[in-house]
Design a protein around this ligand. Structure first.
Ligand SMILES: [Zn+2]
Length: 159
């Protein structure tokens, strides 16, 4: 059985699923798809990975046993596989896909505190690299918060 854990040094190549918030290497999403969300068809599809996962996430949390972890319950991850999860994932699924998933009965929980954020807002911003928070304990600095808001607003205007 392969482990779902990732080393801290690998986080820059990692993305978080916007549906279940699991964090994995982009290459792993490509070869295996999301272990919790097979319906997203991420396996083998860079397009789907770009649309359904985000390189911008905060509060990396290890969930060793989703069934007993209170964090998992709080984050509504208790049905998911053990692994590394983000407390917050920036970006949102394409509207079309979102309504399709809801129609098919997949539970969707907001993983992004800024629901107006656009999934691809970081791709066209050269001056603001994606940042990764490695602990949930440190709050965002004021500058980071401003950057996040700026990006969110820009994304909202675009859509
Ligand atoms: Zn997922």
């Amino acid at each position: 059985m392969t482990s779902n854990y990732i080393a801290p040094g690998q986080q820059r190549y990692s993305r978080a699923c916007m549906v279940c918030s699991i964090i994995m290497l982009q290459s792993r999403f490509k070869t295996e798809g999301c272990p919790n969300c097979p319906f997203l068809d991420l396996k083998g599809s860079t397009d789907n990975i770009e649309a359904c996962t985000s390189g911008v996430f905060e509060g990396v949390t290890v969930i060793a046993d989703p069934k007993v972890s209170w964090i998992a319950k709080w984050q509504r991850l208790d049905e998911y596989v053990a692994g590394v999860y983000a407390m917050k994932v920036s970006g949102s699924l394409p509207e079309e896909l979102k309504s399709q998933l809801i129609e098919e009965g997949h539970p969707l929980y907001p993983r992004d505190a800024n629901p107006s954020g656009s999934a691809d807002h970081y791709e066209d911003l050269d001056d603001e690299p994606a940042y990764v928070r490695t602990t949930a304990k440190q709050p965002l600095s004021r500058a980071e918060r401003r950057a996040a808001e700026r990006v969110g607003n820009r994304g909202a205007r675009k859509t």
